[in-house]
Design a protein. Structure first.
Length: 283
């Protein structure tokens, strides 16, 4: 793909090393994958990390990632954020909770990320503006304890915790899917005649949250709810296109059908995985 740099370079290698380290943790966690609440906790942790990233990274640009994996700088920056908030920290948070690690483990991993941040700053593959590494130490420590609380609610089980987990799973998956669509220049958000990528990445999380909320409301078994989601998605897009906020560049009917039907299938699939429901027709 022309958007991808030569994968292995001095910037990308530290990110790949961290990815391999966390992949090893995933392999350890898979032993617990059938444990009640496991998938709900993982998706909720990723979702909280994404929500936290929205103001600090997307809106107010507290820091920037420079992994040199994707050629276009805005995409490269966002991909670094996906690695950090979608893989590294949520995986460790889930690991610490599932394996019931005590506060010493949590503080140790908080310092681990604190030191990694300092290292990335030193080798210039990460840059901070108003953000401070000490904020990382504080917020990640709190995040690990929030993970424990969410897991207790899932194990109880509390209905609201599963509603939250399904919502977070939907919005996380949808954000990542839209990142791929944008990477292939099929979708773009913004204001005015020319939509900048900065505007796009400021608006797309809000769009995802709205659709994920609708998906959560219409996630019941009745087939009419899936058509309500598709209809709501279509109407929202038409409104945003008319206002000049959204540009869709799908040139084939296959892409249009995929765009409007993938979310109902995805929502039902994620709900079955999180709730441990028996296999059923996805639609």
């Amino acid at each position: 793909m022309q958007n991808i740099h030569r994968l292995f370079n001095k910037n990308s290698i530290p990110f790949f090393i961290l990815t391999l380290f966390h992949f090893g943790i995933v392999l350890l966690m898979l032993k617990k994958r059938k444990k009640k609440g496991f998938w709900g906790l993982l998706f909720t942790n990723i979702g909280f990390a994404y929500l936290f990233e929205y103001p600090t990274f997307n809106l107010f640009h507290g820091y920037r990632y420079i992994p040199h994996i994707l050629k276009k700088r805005p995409f490269d920056n966002v991909f670094g954020a996906i690695l950090s908030q979608g893989i590294y920290v949520p995986i460790v948070a889930t690991f610490l909770t599932i394996f019931q690690k005590n506060w010493r483990w949590k503080i140790s991993f908080s310092f681990f990320y604190f030191l990694i941040e300092h290292l990335f700053l030193r080798i210039k593959i990460y840059k901070v503006y108003w953000w401070k590494p000490r904020y990382t130490l504080i917020f990640i420590s709190l995040y690990f304890f929030v993970s424990d609380f969410i897991y207790k609610m899932l194990a109880a089980p509390k209905k609201w915790a599963y509603v939250l987990a399904n919502f977070q799973a939907t919005q996380v998956t949808w954000v990542n899917i839209m990142f791929v669509y944008a990477l292939f220049r099929q979708i773009r958000f913004g204001r005015g005649r020319y939509h900048t990528w900065t505007e796009h990445f400021n608006l797309i999380p809000l769009y995802s949250l709205v659709l994920s909320l609708i998906a959560s409301i219409t996630s019941k078994k009745a087939i009419i709810n899936r058509f309500l989601l598709i209809g709501s998605h279509y109407i929202l897009d038409k409104f945003l296109i008319k206002k000049g906020i959204l540009k869709l560049k799908f040139k084939h009917v296959f892409y249009h059908l995929g765009w409007y039907t993938i979310m109902p299938f995805m929502t039902r699939l994620l709900k079955r995985v999180i709730n441990g429901q028996p296999k059923e027709s996805t639609f």
